[in-house]
Design a protein. Structure first.
Length: 322
């Protein structure tokens, strides 16, 4: 099994009137063939900025200031715009947060998928239409609904169309960016189950961006946890569930109801994510951490391997294990 995506020391900053906002700083992780990686954290932790940086969609006043993003050996941050356009859709695609905004209301859903196929592949419109019908069936929509307009679909069906569009050119990697936001709980479950089913059926690599920890732990192979623009822990789902090493990861788990143990007390995380403008060089979680000590207030912990395949950025871990 090879590595599809390798992100190394990625940093994306935004210039504001009040200073530089370090939205993503020194983030490193990888995605393997056929793997589903969950990228989680509270709102404002930099998850979507990571996705946009990978796809090179950051616009002024934002800028990727450091790092590399290798997709099957090609650095997406260095390739020419023309090559990047070819890589998008064919090698890497995204399922957006809101299908309502992703779909053009004046074109049929079928025409929008056909356009994506014909823009990136040398096929006839007849061939593109047939593939569109197959894609719609693949996501659970009647193939003849290709003639329908977005307003004729429910929210869940729009999201399924967005998934079909993301798969239009058979990409190796799909980024699902909070793709169930705004949907009811039942529809969310159906969409997530569909993504998982398609991932297995098509041997896709998937980055699933979410703040929903129970959902991520239920379907992802590995989990990367972000806090205030930094990656604080990265490990297999089993290791996170059974032995999370970073206090923030532990706090997220404690803030999540456990249906298998309904008597366990659920505790909220006090405080909020810090302002990322002119943030001091220290552990960004220290003001909310019950274990913080003096070093946490003075230095920034870096991600280090604490066990085979298990990485965490915490001075407490270093103190306990030397």
């Amino acid at each position: 099994m090879g590595t599809v995506l390798s992100v190394e020391n990625l940093s994306t900053f935004f210039k504001t009137d009040k200073g530089i906002a370090k939205a993503v700083e020194n983030v490193s992780f990888s995605v393997e063939e056929g793997e589903m990686l969950g990228l989680i954290g509270e709102s404002g932790c930099g998850k979507t900025t990571v996705a946009q940086s990978i796809l090179r969609l950051i616009e002024y006043p934002g800028k990727v200031v450091a790092g590399s993003v290798h997709l099957n050996g090609k650095n997406l941050l260095k390739v020419k715009d023309s090559e990047l356009l070819n890589l998008r859709w064919k090698e890497i695609s995204v399922i957006p947060q809101s299908a309502m905004n992703a779909l053009n209301p004046v074109y049929t859903v079928g025409d929008q998928i056909i356009e994506a196929i014909m823009l990136h592949e040398k096929v006839s419109k007849k061939e593109a239409l047939e593939r569109t019908k197959i894609l719609l069936e693949l996501v659970g929509i009647d193939r003849e609904r290709w003639k329908s307009f977005p307003h004729e679909f429910s929210g869940g069906m729009k999201q399924r169309v967005a998934i079909a569009m993301a798969l239009a050119c058979n990409p190796k990697l799909v980024i699902s960016d909070e793709s169930t936001t705004g949907l009811d709980v039942l529809t969310q479950a159906q969409v997530i189950a569909l993504i998982k089913n398609l991932q297995k059926k098509m041997d896709l690599s998937v980055i699933l961006i979410s703040h929903d920890l129970p959902m991520v732990t239920a379907i992802c192979d590995r989990i990367a946890i972000m806090y205030a623009g930094k990656l604080v822990e990265w490990a297999s789902t089993e290791d996170i569930l059974n032995g999370a090493r970073h206090p923030y990861s532990q706090a997220l788990l404690n803030a999540t109801p456990d249906l298998s143990n309904p008597e366990r007390e659920v505790t909220s995380i006090p405080g909020s994510v810090p302002n990322l403008i002119n943030i001091p060089s220290c552990c960004r979680f220290h003001t909310r951490c019950p274990y913080a000590f003096e070093r946490c207030r003075q230095e920034t912990p870096e991600l280090r391997e604490v066990n085979q395949g298990h990485y965490a950025a915490c001075f407490l871990e270093e103190e306990q294990n030397g």
